[in-house]
Design a protein around this ligand. Structure first.
Ligand code: AMP
Length: 152
């Protein structure tokens, strides 16, 4: 384990180094109807996307399962809710976010329970996301490059 402690490159990485920046992240806005969010999710293939307000501040995330819950009635699917319910009413707000200065291990810990983490500045403006895939790629590269030394 000496090797891991000494690997400066890996532990110098921050969320900013591996993030997908805000302009490349699909998002929806608070007042969009669920129908719009579902369209974005289905066409992008993502399971969830960030929700922002009109000033691009982070407000929560909306995913396919929250939308399904919203249209699931007791006896039938209430498809009309897709147009009458806003993203704001159905989104998840209890999600952790991090600053883009967060180190790799902080990202790793947060990504145990989430497939991506939103990055925000001190005024909650949205900077981008870090995905579980991006962190796993860094760890995978590290362990493969150092495989021989770790086996000794
Ligand atoms: P991945 O690790 O690439 O499979 O991404 C995991 C999750 O992160 C996806 O299912 C989405 O919820 C979210 N995600 C990844 N890339 C983007 C993106 N460019 N825009 C919006 N959400 C994304």
């Amino acid at each position: 384990m000496e090797l891991i402690k000494e690997d400066q490159q890996l532990f110098k990485l921050t969320a900013e180094d591996i993030m997908i920046s805000s302009e490349k992240v699909a998002h929806v806005q608070l007042n969009n109807p669920l129908e719009h969010a579902l369209l974005i999710l289905v066409t992008s293939g993502y399971s969830a996307v960030p929700v922002l307000d009109s000033k691009y501040r982070f407000k929560g995330i909306i995913g396919k399962s929250s939308i399904l819950n919203e249209i699931m009635g007791l006896e039938r699917f209430e498809i009309e809710n897709l147009t009458t319910t806003t993203v704001e009413a159905a989104m998840q707000t209890d999600v952790p976010c991090l600053p883009k200065s967060a180190d790799l291990l902080t990202c790793l810990k947060a990504l145990i329970d989430h497939s991506f983490i939103c990055l925000v500045d001190d005024k909650n403006y949205f900077d981008g996301i870090v995905t579980r895939r991006a962190v796993l790629e860094q760890l995978n590269q590290f362990f493969h490059v150092n495989e021989k030394d770790l086996n000794q």
